[in-house]
Design a protein around this ligand. Structure first.
Ligand code: NAI
Ligand code: MG
Length: 357
């Protein structure tokens, strides 16, 4: 049976990298005999907003909920629509209503990419950041009192539920189990945040009992960020609350070079709702329309989508193709951000060809 994929290219370079994302997916689908059916949507973009006064149609949930996955480009065009409207009106709706409680980002130093960390080679950095995506520090519980007076008070509560903490930990342990190193690092701050973070630590200890083969360690978030920079080779799977995961999931990919290649996934592991796959980067208005955006972030997100749909071999083949093309280092093919003079299309085609080989 065909897997139904909703395509939302969004804004700016989202519309330029998306065709290369689908090109690689089609090549992998052909090689591994997978049936993919793409349906393209215009909503979730600033142009849609300018025409309709909203980022999504009222029935977006009904329209999308039956899809097997959502493949997103990037959203945002600050000159036309304020960022809080474009982001809250689209991506954040999907994350919440589709209960995509895992945010997953691979942090892998690829061949031919220079890490901003001195002396690091491919193989030195290869880990995942797993971020809790639905509760924690990003809650709407709280309020303001005595507004505008000397006594002004603001409160915003962290919310951790056993369900919410356990399900992200379970996902991270399961992921660690699929990896050769079988190692899990927990981000905490139980020395300073004395109620929720000790609770998080307790749940890690409890969950670890079900995964005796996984080596578990933990760091307070402050030294953990330092260790991402000093010792990225220590990590395999790193799990954190919404806030800590947010910070780590930007820092991790940043340690592996250009933002143009980093992928991400927002996952509902049970498959009750579609999961969403997108590059880490935004719509890049500064280079949009020139055909020079690096399509690897989009293509790699597609690889994560195939893996999520149960086709690990096909996903791996796309990642291997990316590595091959980057290793070859053909400057006619590579985009400028990775030292070439090629285009979005030349790099996308080279990767799709490598998938087919
Ligand atoms: P950005 O990621 O769009 O761009 C940051 C810098 O990286 C720019 O100099 C850009 O040229 C470069 N860059 C990004 N992707 C690239 C690629 N594939 N190849 C080569 N260079 C690349 O972030 P920025 O400028 O802060 O945001 C622009 C718009 O994107 C805003 O409206 C923002 O809200 C939105 N945004 C959307 C995201 C999403 O859809 N998930 C994520 C981040 C930002
Ligand atoms: Mg972030």
């Amino acid at each position: 049976m065909a897997h139904r994929i909703a395509i939302i290219a969004g804004d700016g370079i989202g519309t330029e990298v998306m065709p290369e994302g689908t090109r690689a997916l089609e090549a992998a689908a052909k090689r591994f005999d997978i049936e993919l059916e793409f349906t393209t949507f215009e909503f979730g973009s600033c142009d849609y907003y300018l025409e309709h006064g909203k980022m999504l149609p009222d029935d977006w949930f009904e329209q999308l909920k039956g899809f097997d996955a959502l493949f997103y480009g990037a959203v945002g065009w600050p000159d036309k629509v304020p960022d809080h409207i474009s982001l809250w009106g689209s991506l954040l709706q999907f994350r919440r209503r589709f209960d995509q409680y895992i945010n997953l980002r691979p942090c892998k130093l690829m061949p031919g990419i220079k890490s901003p960390l001195a002396g690091r080679e491919p193989g030195d950095i290869d880990f995942y950041v797993v971020r809790e995506n639905t509760e924690g520090e990003y809650s709407s519980v709280g309020g303001k009192m005595y507004e505008g007076t000397e006594r002004e008070i603001v409160i915003q509560e962290t919310v951790m539920s056993r369900t919410g903490v356990d399900r992200v930990l379970k996902y991270a342990f399961e992921l660690a189990q699929t990896r050769p190193r079988k190692k899990l690092t927990s981000a905490t701050k139980s020395n300073g945040i004395s109620i929720t973070m000790p609770y998080w630590d307790e749940r890690v200890i409890e969950m670890a009992k079900s995964y005796p083969e996984i080596a578990v360690d933990k760091f307070h978030i402050d030294i953990l960020t330092a260790n991402f920079v000093l010792h990225p080779d220590w990590f395999d799977v790193v799990v954190g609350s919404n806030l800590f995961g947010d910070i780590l999931s930007d820092l991790g990919p940043a340690c592996t070079g250009t933002i143009g290649i980093a992928p991400s996934a927002n996952i509902n592991p049970e498959g009750n709702f579609p999961s969403l796959f997108e590059p880490v980067h935004g719509s890049a208005p500064d280079i949009a329309g020139k055909g020079i955006a690096n399509p690897i972030g989009q293509i790699w997100s597609g690889a994560m989508m195939l893996e999520h749909l149960g086709y690990k071999e096909a996903g791996d083949a796309i990642v291997t193709a990316i590595e091959e093309v980057l290793s070859e280092g053909n400057s006619q093919v590579l985009t400028r951000d990775v030292g070439g003079q090629g285009t979005t299309e030349s790099l996308g085609k080279a990767i799709a060809d490598a998938v087919s080989r």
